[in-house]
Design a protein around this ligand. Structure first.
Ligand SMILES: [Zn+2]
Length: 444
């Protein structure tokens, strides 16, 4: 490709930026490349010309140019630097990156998995994965996907690092990561707590581990299909395992020593005094609702799901009705005080929630037909237990899980979660607390 054609391609790529700006990294300040004497963020023949001129005394280098020109870092600018510069330029000619490289543009990381003539770009921040064909001519790389094009100049820093100068002016540094291709589905960005009491905070393919003693270490995480490696600084500290996805919030890793560790996604967020775990509104003995939290009744989606369930049950001769749906903070407080007066605090706490701690205040919980143990084992209770999940409900306080949920078995109390999530929780055989690795205990 002649220089003129190169310029034409570059301008063509520039004009397509508006169409495809998502594929370009946000602008990041240029970095200092060894050999980039004219500071255009690439190492090219023009740098050779300047260095050659300065060695012949025809050009005086300024301070930053001198730093860039001392390629072998020996403190002086001489013919050895010129020869090293030539090696960089010639070495980069038609050298195509293969494997997965971490692109870093002002701290935002994404992953480029190159194969011969193609690349898939995985961006955990955008949760996107894009596929391009790549043509390389000398140091210009042109990336094409259907109807779009972008281009960048590549400069090799070393065998394991290079820089792309994108046609929108941003520079992105790359370092070698692994020889396997990365898929979006292998990115585990988020906070995970494990069955060994550890917390992994993962961002893209790196992150922070807090062990059960509170000690922190940093890692890079290299996925390869179902195999995964956590790299803790040095090779001796690598940990390798096989990952099996359990559901949208869990996976289990079997480490190379045979031990298994279950990972649970756990993003706890508080909005206006209301706690959401992985986006799920939680009201139990640990997490309370503010006194003014009032959705005004059973939420429409939960009511619609109940109506559908009720209609289907009726076709089988099973009649369901809601005996208690939404309960306000104040009303729950009155109920609880009544039970305390009758049975004492310790007993009341096993079956009634304190104000702010009742799931009924969420507008997502309901008691069906008869809120007492005489409902247990009725044909309605059996139908409800077997079928409620299809409509997006779970039996919230199952038998034998009193220590975990904080409440005695309630065959009549269902919680609306939506169909997909209800199915996942039900299939797991866990209570909502176990599913999210949270507890349900009053602080006092
Ligand atoms: Zn209830």
């Amino acid at each position: 490709m002649t220089d003129m054609r190169k310029v034409t391609a570059f301008i063509a790529a520039l004009s397509s930026i508006a169409l495809f700006s998502a594929a370009y990294p946000a602008y990041a300040a240029p970095i200092m490349l060894k050999g980039d004497i004219d500071r255009d963020d690439r190492v090219s023949m023009s740098d050779m010309v300047i260095l050659g001129s300065s060695l012949h005394g025809r050009y005086g280098l300024n301070e930053t140019q001198t730093i860039a020109a001392d390629i072998n870092g020996d403190g002086s600018i001489d013919s050895a630097d010129l020869s090293a510069l030539q090696d960089i330029i010639l070495g980069g000619r038609n050298k195509f990156p293969i494997g997965t490289w971490i692109g870093d543009c002002g701290g935002a990381k994404r992953y480029f998995s190159f194969d011969s003539g193609t690349v898939s770009i995985v961006d955990p921040n955008r949760e996107s994965s894009e596929f391009f064909t790549v043509e390389e001519d000398n140091d210009l790389m042109v990336f094409r996907a259907s109807g779009t094009e972008m281009s960048a100049f590549i400069t090799w820093d070393s065998e394991l690092s290079f820089v792309l100068k994108w046609s929108n002016g941003s520079t992105e540094t790359f370092r070698y990561f692994t020889d396997v291709m990365i898929n979006m589905s292998e990115i585990l960005t988020g906070r995970w707590v494990t069955s060994q009491g550890r917390t992994f905070e993962i961002s893209g393919l790196s992150g922070k581990l807090t062990d059960k003693n509170g000690d922190i270490s940093r890692f890079e995480y290299a996925p390869d299909g179902e195999n995964m490696t956590f790299r803790f600084g040095s090779t001796e500290n690598n940990t390798t395992g096989r990952k099996v996805k359990n559901d949208s919030m869990h996976f289990t890793v079997t480490w190379s020593d045979g031990t298994a560790e279950r990972f649970t996604r756990q993003e706890i967020e508080e909005r206006g005094g209301v706690t959401y775990v992985n986006g799920i509104l939680i009201a139990n003995k640990t997490y309370s609702l503010p006194s003014d939290y009032d959705p005004g009744g059973i939420l429409p989606e939960a009511q619609a799901a109940f109506d559908e369930m009720m209609a289907d049950a009726a076709k089988e001769g099973i009649y369901l009705s809601i005996v208690s749906g939404f309960r306000s903070y104040t009303y729950q407080g009155q109920l609880y005080s009544g039970y305390v007066n009758r049975d004492g605090k310790a007993a009341a706490d096993t079956y009634s929630a304190r104000a702010g701690h009742s799931e009924h205040q969420t507008g997502l919980a309901m008691d069906i037909n008869n809120a007492s143990s005489s409902f247990n084992n009725t044909k309605e209770a059996k139908w409800l237990a077997a079928n409620c999940v299809k409509y997006g409900f779970i039996l919230r306080y199952p038998q034998g899980k009193e220590d975990i949920t904080g409440y005695m078995y309630e065959s009549w109390h269902v919680r609306y979660l939506g169909r997909e999530l209800a199915k996942e929780v039900s299939d797991s055989g866990l209570t909502l607390e176990e599913f999210l690795c949270i507890d349900s205990k009053y602080k006092s």
